[in-house]
Write a protein that binds this ligand. Structure first.
Ligand code: PLP
Length: 396
């Protein structure tokens, strides 16, 4: 067999996280690596009831092919949810997606030719880089600080690199946990509108705020039709259902629908109906509130133990929501090596390198605080601090 793969696969880096996740299946490892929700908080009984109702009351339709745009009542539910977030839209503006990952693929499919540039935050969500790289793009990075990407850097980057779109995760960004301030959202939007640049706004974590004030999405400012907003139920209900949605201007929606037809025809009819039934029949707000409470507690335990145990020279972000915090190590520490040492002590994190388009960022690590129990967080961070202490001693 001739295994000459397409040129586009040459530049796509494998996902360290997916490789790491295989290791975490060993029971005695404490993992802060994956972006996994807490499994004990999944609404299993409610999903069971919703599934039963869907199958009993309309089983044939749930097992039949459906429209590529998605199940109409679920499009209504997501339009209502998007309006609650400040986005002016109706069900017609919504497309149902197979998770929030699928729009990253489809938007690349419809906008990127080989060699085209994508502007991203630096660092950014690794699987977005993978999705974009499959279309042989190049990257330009927008610098960030604790207030998110720095809009003042955009005009020069846009003029020089002529990007096809800007990809941003404004709420509790993956991997840093940082949130784009309201003022910067306005500045970003007005620069994007001035240059006529598409903004791809990825918002999986916005509903998971533990502190501070909600900030409306960039899409809420979108009078020009230049923002594609997407979100997901993966972090608020369950990722295994693979349901997300897009709010996009009509012209883009039409092209996305064609691209989706070519990709998977439509998102699972059964899963869409289960999610719709769950949202209609149960108190999903109360469920999200439980998650918020629990993750907020886990974050503060992790932060406290980090403060108590980490050696001097290590700093970290203090996100007001989401699932991750981002640790900066002293100069000379390489977190890819640190990870191997941590693994020996049966604790895991993701090294920062994978989140940078140019694979820089050796000094960083991403820690997830949603998946491990409070007890495991205490034990695991203690072990990690020991590994860090040893690394610093070696680096000097
Ligand atoms: C920023 C970001 N976008 C998209 C996704 C994909 O989410 P989904 O499970 O909805 O496909 C994730 C998952 O971790 C994410 O962190």
């Amino acid at each position: 067999m001739n295994t000459r793969f397409a040129r586009r696969m040459g530049s796509v880096r494998p996902s360290t996280i997916r490789e790491i996740l295989k290791v975490t299946e060993q029971a005695d490892i404490i993992s802060f690596a994956g972006g996994l929700p807490a499994p004990e908080l999944f609404p299993v009984a409610e999903i069971l009831t919703a599934t039963e109702r869907v199958l009993r009351e309309g089983g044939a339709a749930a097992l039949q092919y459906g429209p590529s745009e998605g199940y109409a009542p679920l499009r209504e539910s997501f339009a209502a949810e998007s309006r609650r977030r400040g986005i002016d839209c109706t069900a017609d503006d919504i497309l149902i997606m197979t998770g929030s990952q699928q729009p990253l693929d489809l938007v690349s499919k419809i906008f990127l030719d080989a060699g085209d540039c994508v502007l991203t935050e630096n660092p950014t969500y690794m699987a977005a880089l993978q999705a974009f790289q499959c279309y042989e793009c190049r990257f330009a990075s927008v610098p960030m600080d604790e207030g998110g990407l720095i809009p003042e850097a955009l005009p020069e980057l846009i003029e020089r690199e002529k990007p096809r779109f800007l990809y941003t995760i404004p709420n509790f960004q993956n991997p840093t946990g940082v949130t784009l301030t309201a003022e910067r959202r306005r500045a970003l939007y007005s620069i994007a509108a001035r240059y006529g640049i598409l903004v791809v706004e990825d918002d999986p974590y916005g509903a998971l705020r533990y502190a501070g004030e909600k900030i409306p999405p960039v899409k809420s400012l979108d009078t020009e039709g230049i923002v594609l907003y997407h979100s997901t139920i993966s972090k608020t209900i369950a990722p295994g259902l693979r349901i997300g949605w897009v709010v996009a201007p009509e012209e883009i929606r039409r092209k996305l629908t064609i691209a989706k037809q070519a990709s998977d025809l439509h998102t699972s009819s059964l899963d869409q109906r289960i999610v719709h039934r769950y949202l209609s029949d149960f108190d999903s707000d109360a469920h999200v509130e439980r998650i918020r409470q629990s993750y907020g507690e886990r974050f503060s335990i992790m932060e406290t133990v980090l403060r108590e145990t980490m050696p001097p020279g290590f700093t970290w972000t203090r996100p007001e929501g989401g699932m991750f915090l981002w640790v900066t190590c002293p100069e000379g520490v390489d977190t890819s090596e640190l990870m191997l040492e941590a693994l020996k002590q049966k604790v895991l994190f993701v090294p920062g390198r994978d989140f940078f388009p140019d694979a820089s960022g050796q000094r960083f690590m991403r820690l997830n605080f949603s998946n491990a129990s409070p007890e495991k967080i205490r034990v695991g961070i203690g072990r990690l601090a020991e590994v860090c202490r040893a690394a610093v001693a070696q680096a000097v």
